[in-house]
Design a protein around this ligand. Structure first.
Ligand SMILES: [Zn+2]
Length: 225
């Protein structure tokens, strides 16, 4: 199944009428935060596919052209602190960045993020019991500690995400927050044990093979790449 993963930057390649043609093979959208809600709404409206998202530290309410306040992107499903089986691909998400100032928004201390991860555990255990694995894609905004992260406090990664990968072995950890323009590093994909860590700042088209559930192959796994 092809996923379109997006975060941090509004790009003309996506925010255009060509999106339908360019991403006609995409079956699901994953938003990793720090994007205006109208952008996610535009993508799901144009592609007519499901979208799961988590919050970035800069996410905030915004107003439509009609003066309506948007607190979340309409037509999209929040994956914050949840796990979902989407057509044979197990998703879970924890948004936000490391806390670096006193402003409100999705900022967490290492300990607060640890507690959020712990609250996910019962659902991951249910996944393991039902599907034989904890999860396939772990969606975050901030990166793991020392993988793609920056040298300054706001762009530091979470250590708990390393422990999470050690314990629950997702196939992918997809994050944002580290804009390519920061030039911390040109590396956007790193293998960490069994997990491929991807910085999706901007966008990425990603193929993920759906897996068996209860011994039955998910229908979408028969599709060619
Ligand atoms: Zn961010």
């Amino acid at each position: 199944m092809y996923f379109l993963t997006v975060s941090d930057e509004v790009l003309p390649v996506i925010y255009s009428l060509n999106i339908k043609h360019r991403f006609s093979d995409v079956e699901c959208v994953l938003g990793c935060g720090d994007l205006p809600y109208y952008y996610l709404e535009y993508i799901v409206t144009m592609l007519s596919v499901p979208c799961f998202y988590i919050h970035g530290n800069h996410d905030a309410a915004e107003y439509t052209a009609h003066g309506e306040m948007l607190q979340y992107p309409r037509g999209c499903d929040s994956l914050e602190g949840r796990s979902v089986n989407h057509q044979g691909v197990l998703l879970a998400g924890l948004g936000g960045s490391i806390r670096y100032n006193d402003r409100s928004g999705a900022q967490y201390t290492e300990r607060q993020m640890l507690m959020r991860a712990w609250r996910l555990v019962p659902r991951l255990i249910v996944n393991r019991w039902m599907y034989g694995r904890y999860l396939d894609i772990f969606l975050t905004h901030a990166p793991p500690l020392d993988i793609h992260n920056g040298p300054d406090r706001p762009h530091r990664g979470f250590k708990v995400f390393l422990d999470f990968m050690d314990r629950f072995k997702p196939r992918y950890l997809i994050h944002g927050h580290i804009h390519r323009s920061y030039r911390f590093s040109d590396t956007v994909e790193t293998q960490y044990n069994q997990t491929t860590v991807i910085n999706t700042a901007g966008y990425r088209r990603l193929w993920v093979e759906p897996r068996q559930q209860h011994g039955v192959v998910s229908p979408s796994s028969n599709k060619t790449k």
